[in-house]
Design a protein around this ligand. Structure first.
Ligand SMILES: Cc1cc2nc3c(=O)[nH]c(=O)nc-3n(C[C@H](O)[C@H](O)[C@H](O)COP(=O)(O)O)c2cc1C
Length: 418
């Protein structure tokens, strides 16, 4: 890996790098905790004890049949309750909203009761948990849809790539996408109602808030994207139209929860799931202005400079410009995710580029990630072959520091942080 000292000392890029006296990876003796990561922060109505959030992570381990969260999922989340806040995995708001095998839902009674096990476990351990509300739009397949129907989308445009379904043998299988059905304008109020029902169910299930998934090329991002959205009604064309559904959903969900317990996730400059935009500055300028004026509890952004942060190379100027635009326009708490480690996260917070950093893969493999960051302990690597599907292996069997050292278990949340 490139040494940080070979990178420029001044200008925007240096602000993204760790302080020169730190190094990533394994550390020896306990150190002074990173100051900024361990400052309390406000996220909507909540006071967070530190700034290390758990990013939403699909793990495709809901109980079957019915995509129901169960005891294993409750254990997984409980183990990670020392996160400043957990953003629980993307969760479909309807059968139509499902795009991958074995992901949990929040539309049936059983699912609400299943999620209750999770939220109770996290709260009993001293944590907080927000549910990510998900509709995948065209990133699905008839095999996952009610009555084998076509997935829905802003326009009948087939995305490139493959869907992850369960085959007849009960195994996961990748199959090509099909051309989706374009939603009728008259259907859109019912779509918004799916989000409202998901939001109300999330409240009943005991969550602390909801995050509207507007990122990664799923339904709301498909509407934002001129590449996926070719409509010529009031939901397509100019940005005011492409953003309409996202803003309607945020408004409707906030009527259930109150604005200060609702966040939105966006992935500006992202191309995952075949979305794209020739003028992302105009799109995100409009969307972020609107979300800020609305008074959204927090904005969660997938860092367009994630790859550079991870490799510790100089980010693309377009990514830095986008980040500056968002930071300038959004006047509430900004959560940033993508490619961070302890030192890069600390540096970005120190430079005021975000208020909270969300960690994904590091939380998969390190249930006690904040404690490891606090004392500068080593960070275990996750095994990508166990990301999706399966049971406890690669899910609830990553050890805490106490387990690694053969010590007695400690409380999940260190009360001195609160
Ligand atoms: C296994 C896996 C599952 C993911 N599932 C979701 C998800 O459900 N919702 C979402 O918004 N992002 C999801 N992401 C993206 C993460 O939230 C995060 O943005 C990404 O992993 C980058 O952060 P990291 O570098 O700290 O891992 C997923 C990523 C991984 C690796």
């Amino acid at each position: 890996m490139m040494s940080v000292t070979t990178l420029p000392e001044s200008g925007a890029a240096s602000a993204l790098l760790p302080e020169p006296d730190t190094e990533s990876g394994t550390r020896g003796a306990p150190q002074v905790p990173p100051k900024n990561l361990f400052e309390p922060a406000m996220l909507g109505r909540y006071r967070l004890p530190h700034r290390i959030a758990m990013a939403p992570l699909t793990r495709s381990r809901a109980r079957q049949p019915g995509n129901v969260p169960a005891a294993l999922n409750a254990l997984y989340y409980r183990q990670r309750s020392s996160a400043a806040v957990i953003i629980a995995e993307a969760t479909q708001i309807s059968m139509q909203g499902q795009g991958y095998a074995w992901t949990p839902g929040i539309h049936s009674r059983e699912q609400v009761e299943g999620w209750r096990l999770v939220t109770d476990a996290v709260h009993a351990a001293g944590g907080r948990i927000i549910l990510q509300l998900w509709h995948v739009g065209r990133i699905s397949h008839p095999a996952l849809q009610p009555d084998g129907m076509l997935p829905v989308a802003p326009s009948a445009i087939k995305p490139t790539g493959m869907a992850f379904i369960e085959n007849e043998k009960g195994e996961g299988e990748m199959v090509p996408f099909e051309t989706p059905r374009a939603l009728l304008a008259e259907e859109i109020p019912y779509l918004v109602q799916q989000y409202v029902r998901g939001a109300a169910n999330a409240m009943e299930a005991g969550f602390d808030g909801v995050e509207v998934h507007g990122a990664n090329g799923y339904l709301l991002d498909q509407f934002l994207s001129p590449r996926a959205n070719r409509r010529n009604d009031r939901y397509g064309g100019p940005v005011e139209n492409r953003a309409r559904l996202l803003l309607e959903v945020v408004r409707a969900v906030s009527q259930v929860w109150g604005k200060d317990r609702v966040g939105t996730r966006l992935s500006p400059l992202g191309s995952f799931n075949d979305v794209g935009d020739d003028d992302p500055q105009s799109t995100f300028s409009y969307v972020v202005d609107k979300l800020s004026d609305f008074g959204l509890g927090y904005l969660h952004v997938i860092n367009p400079a994630a790859a550079a942060v991870e490799k510790q190379t100089r980010p693309d100027p377009a990514a830095l410009e986008m980040l500056a635009l968002i930071r300038g326009k959004f006047h509430g708490p900004l959560m940033l995710a993508g490619g961070f480690n302890r030192d890069t996260a600390e540096a970005w917070l120190a430079h005021g580029k975000a208020d909270v950093i969300a960690f994904g893969r590091e939380f998969i493999a390190n249930p006690d990630l904040p404690e490891r960051f606090r004392i500068g302990a080593h960070i275990n690597l996750p095994d990508p072959s166990t990301y999706y599907g399966g049971g406890a292996k690669g899910y609830t069997d990553y050890p805490t520091l106490a387990q690694e050292r053969g010590e007695a278990p400690k409380p999940v949340v260190d009360e001195s942080w609160r």
